[in-house]
Design a protein around this ligand. Structure first.
Ligand code: ZN
Length: 452
């Protein structure tokens, strides 16, 4: 592919809130599309809303992309750096007669809008006061033909042919004044400035696309190719929002590995031939025609499962880094990674590197007597003292099993041992714990249980 035909895509978040998982997913698709096709992936901060945009939100957004490993090509762009171009292109449209100052007051427009909604018409404004003397509070509109019978057609890479009737659009408001473009205009100018060849964005933008195409036409520029991505949905199939739980991507950091989240976001709305995919495999297998048309419900169970698959692959050092628990001994790693779904749950296994604290009443198995528990623990201790750990876990289990056969109650042997070693009602098999902490510590913990 030569340079002039190189694919350029972008994700354009507004820094008016924390990075939403849906925006992150849109970024992931743009990234995969660019990487698969040898193109460029750009990030543009759409900071045109000066009142609501903050540097903190911008930082959160960029940190989220960085965490996912979707690195943009070139500098981070900002709409605020593009003001010169907004003015230049607005002047061009006013001069060429494609745009005009609308002479209606805010109140008149609001009344019209209300009437249209009441009459169940598409809200639009066809201006009867074009090119009047400029007054305060006017907006600049793109002139459209309300009597047009034309259909604006674009070929969406995911949805196929999409058609809109031009006559339903009305005169599109594009700027408050020469220095304050509105969304539809700013986004087109920003994309022209970038040289975006493909626009991959959420399907909630579909109805904006014919407006953008008309702006490109008025400017005498070719429109990019569009692909409208399926949205992430809540269980009730509405657009995923705060009221459905955590939607801020960076809040997932404490519980999930970035590889798992990247894999999840990429694969939830794209057909791949297996579940666990490295970022290279995600790129290699990416095909825009395999992106689903309908939105996918955000399924936290699936994410937990995927995360557990990635956790299993962690080396001891990676596990310690990911959980921020430096005390995890190498011997405990397999036991933890076999079971862990969320990283923050690793602390629940702290008895593998630290003496557990618990109430002595927990040692009592069902309705057994204190004496019976003491006897069982003592016998277990004696067994362990004479047991050679090098004979292995299976042998150890057999020895314990023969003790429980003698006692006639398996729980009476295993329960107090479990509590002595873990301090918990639920834990992995006490035999596994005994082999992680070693003979010496196992005996110490039984002793301290006996003292209680
Ligand atoms: Zn008007």
């Amino acid at each position: 592919m030569n340079k002039s035909s190189q694919i350029k895509v972008r994700v354009a978040p507004s820094p008016t809130g924390l990075l939403h998982v849906g925006t992150a997913q849109s970024a992931v698709f743009n990234y995969l599309f660019a990487r698969k096709n040898g193109g460029e992936f750009h990030v543009r901060i759409e900071d045109t809303d000066e009142e609501r945009s903050t540097k903190e939100f911008e930082k959160d957004i960029l940190a989220g992309f960085e965490w996912l490993g979707i690195r943009p090509d070139g500098q981070i762009r900002r709409s605020s750096d593009n003001k010169q171009n907004y003015r230049k292109f607005l002047e061009q449209l006013l001069e060429s007669g494609h745009a005009f100052w609308c002479g209606h007051s805010k109140e008149e427009l609001e009344d019209e809008n209300k009437r249209q909604i009441e009459n169940k018409e598409a809200p639009r404004h066809v201006c009867g006061h074009r090119d009047e003397e400029r007054k305060e509070g006017q907006v600049i509109r793109l002139k459209t033909d309300s009597s047009s019978t034309r259909e604006i057609v674009f070929n969406d890479l995911i949805r196929g042919e999409v058609r809109f009737r031009e006559s339903l659009l009305g005169d599109i408001s594009i700027a408050r004044n020469l220095d304050s473009p509105l969304y539809h205009f700013a986004v087109v100018i920003d994309d022209i400035e970038l040289g975006a060849t493909h626009i991959l964005r959420g399907e909630d933008h579909i109805s904006n696309t014919p407006k953008h195409i008309l702006i490109y036409e008025a400017l005498g520029r070719p429109a990019p190719t569009y692909a409208h991505l399926p949205l992430l949905l809540a269980p009730d199939r509405s657009k995923l929002s705060k009221r459905h739980g955590i939607v801020s991507l960076n809040e997932y950091k404490k519980d999930y590995l970035s590889d798992a989240v990247l894999n999840y976001l990429a694969a939830i709305s794209h057909s791949y031939d297996k579940d666990v995919l490295s970022s290279e495999e995600l790129i290699e297998g990416f095909d825009i025609s395999k992106v689903h048309k309908s939105g996918a419900v955000f399924d936290i169970k699936k994410l937990n499962w995927l995360n557990s698959q990635y956790v299993k692959m962690l080396t001891p050092d990676e596990l310690r880094a990911a959980t921020k628990i430096s005390e995890i001994p190498d011997a405990a790693v397999a036991l933890i990674t076999e079971r862990l779904e969320k990283l923050s749950e690793a602390g629940e296994y702290d008895y593998l590197w630290r003496e557990p604290e618990y109430d002595k009443s927990l040692l009592i198995w069902k309705d057994s007597s204190v004496d019976a528990v003491l006897k069982s623990l003592k016998e277990t201790k004696e067994l362990i003292e004479s047991f050679n750990y090098e004979d292995g876990k299976e042998r150890f289990r057999k020895v314990l099993d023969s003790l429980s056969e003698k006692t006639g109650d398996r729980g009476l042997v295993y329960w107090p041992l479990r509590v002595a070693l873990s301090g918990k009602q639920k834990s992995p098999d006490p035999v596994d714990i005994a082999f992680v902490i070693g003979k010496e510590k196992t005996l110490e913990r039984i002793d301290s249980a006996l003292r209680k």
